[in-house]
Each structure stands twice: as structure tokens, then as C-alpha cells.
Design a protein around this ligand. Sequence first.
Ligand code: PLP
Length: 366
Amino acid sequence: MRDPVCRYVYSPAVLTARIAALRAVLPDGAGLYYAVKANSHPALLEAAAAHADGLEVASGGELAKAVAAGARRVVFGGPGKTDAELAAAASCPVPVIVNVESAWELRRLSYLAQRPVDVCVRVARASGLTGSHQMTGVPAPFGVPEEELGDVLALAGRLPRIRLRGLHLHAVSSNLDAAAHAAFVTGSLAWAGTVLPDAEIVNCGGGLGVDYTGGTEFSLTGFGAGLPADPRLVVEPGRWLVAPAGRYEAEVLDLKKNGGVWFAVLRGGTHHFRLPAAWGYSHPFTVRRQDAWPYPMARPVVRDAAVTAAGELCTPRDVLCRDQHVDELRVGDVLVFALAGAYGLEVSHHDFLSHPKPGIAVEHFA
Ligand SMILES: *Cc1c(COP(=O)(O)O)cnc(C)c1O
């Protein structure tokens, strides 16, 4: 008996090409980091470590993966760092910049560090951007409130072993408006000059968007055209760099029409690829035909119909895509979900129902 297809396929070559494309529109001297939380597979991290200036991490586990992948530099962010994580960052063999999220975290870092540590202060400053996850301009647990920034910068200047290098302003996720993103970056650079004139780093985070359902592209040229020639700029995207570097493939186990809706039941589902359910959208698929058919019985098939791609979990929420038209779909064909490289397997509930995990293949598809 053959195992049904259920796997991710990752392409480090695509990630490398995206890093190069983004680099080409950034000002000379700007820093480009890859946000590890979008996808921490070792083959992708090694590609990012080799081609970006460094890796952005948000936990001690990600820090260890970044070092193992050969990162030349690391930026360490995240609102809830433990003492062990701060100590690991402060003693890391690779140069680290810690994005400090509160006055208390700054005090703890100063107390725990055995040697001088480079720091940027994260500030919750309204960005004016809209995207899927708003991190500033609304109440959120990220960074220092703008009105307390002066006090925290002064504290950073006084505390032992703290070397204040700049500011951090990650604001949003999946913003598709490149001109607005450039305006946010430009405004942040200008504002940083007023609150911290000797800042060497103004880290504007990630948040470059991907449109999964098809309409728009984040315009890289539009973004680049709106940026000032400022070498203080650092960006650290995850999604835009790695989404096209992965696809998720799941075989059709069954086809049925229930309540007037055609369902394709998959070997796989939202426990492997949670993004569509988490965000409440239909992730488009293509059909890859598998002609081999091992049974003597007739092959179930649906033609010229809208099909809902449901997973193998015992919950009606296990749906990847609703009502997508197919010309023909048979049991044993494979649904291929492109743009699944970012926040795919990484954010999913792999162990729900104890189904086997998907495979992961590394192929340099382009
Ligand atoms: C998540 C995150 C990123 C990457 O965000 P994307 O939307 O994937 O580009 C960058 N910086 C910080 C601090 C983050 O939390």
C-alpha cells in the first residue's frame, strides 16, 4: 500500500531570489534580515543566512536555529523574553542586537549580561499602515509607548553593559500597499532623527504583504522608489521573502456531495497548513493528476463543479478552500497549494488527531 501524498516542498532558490530582489531596491548600506518565525526549516535558514545580512529571531529556540544555520548577525525581538533567552542573546557567539520591548526588559538585560550588548528600543508608534495584524496604533503588548520613549532611552544611556544602537518599529503584517509602506519607512527614519539623533539603526521590521487569493502584488519597485538613501534602515521581512518558496501538497482521499456541496477530503489539512483557517480565507489550489489507480473498483470523480477542500480532521473548521471550480478531480489526484512557505507548517497544530506529519522535500523549484 502506498502512502497518500502529503508534504511540503521548499525551495531555498526561491528564497535566495526574493532576498536578492528586495536587496536591489533597498538603499546602499541598509540591512536586510530574514524573520525566522515565518519558516525555520534548516535548508531555508541556511539560504537566508548566506544571502541576507542576518536572521531575526523571536525566541531562544529560534536563536539556536539561527546560529546553527550560520547566521552572521542576529536580531532578537519578541515581547516576552525569559532570563535564559536574554542571557543566551547576550553571550551569543554571533553578533546580536536585542530589540528591547520595555524598561523592565532593559533592566533585566543589563543585569544578566556579562559583557556589553547592542540594543535597539522597540517603540509602539502608530504607523498609519493597514494589514492583517496591526501591532501599533492599537493597544498591543509590543514595544514602549511613544510617550515613555524618552525615559527609556535615557535609562538605556545610564545602565551598565547596554549599548544603545537605535530604534525598532515593526508595525504590521501583510501590508500590500507598497507606497504606504515606503511612506511609513520614510516617516520612521525622519522621526528617529528627532528622538535619537545618533541612532545607527532604524529597524522598520517586516510586514510586506502577499495576496494569497490573487488580486494584488506588493510592488517592489514602488517600495524602492519611495525610500530615502538612508543606510540606517534595517528591514526584517518573513512572509514576503518565503511564502513563494513553499507549496503544500495533499492527496484526495474521498469525494462526496453533502448538503449540496462537493467536498474533496484530503490526506492533510489545517493541522499542517493553518493559515487559511486562521485568517478565514480560501487558499487557491491547482490539481495535479495522478493517473495510477490501484483498485479494481471505479474511480470516484467530479467534473465541472465547485469543490471545497476539507482536511482529515474531525472538525468542520478543517477547510483549506471553499468552492473552487475544478474541471475534473478524482480520488487519488493531488491538490497543490502554492504560496505556502510562510506561516504554513510553522504555525499549525501538527499533533491534532495524531495523524502522521507531512513530509518535507527540498527541491530548488523556481
Ligand atoms: C513577525 C515579525 C517580522 C516579520 O513579519 P512579516 O509580516 O512576516 O514580514 C519582523 N519583525 C518582527 C518583530 C516580527 O514580529
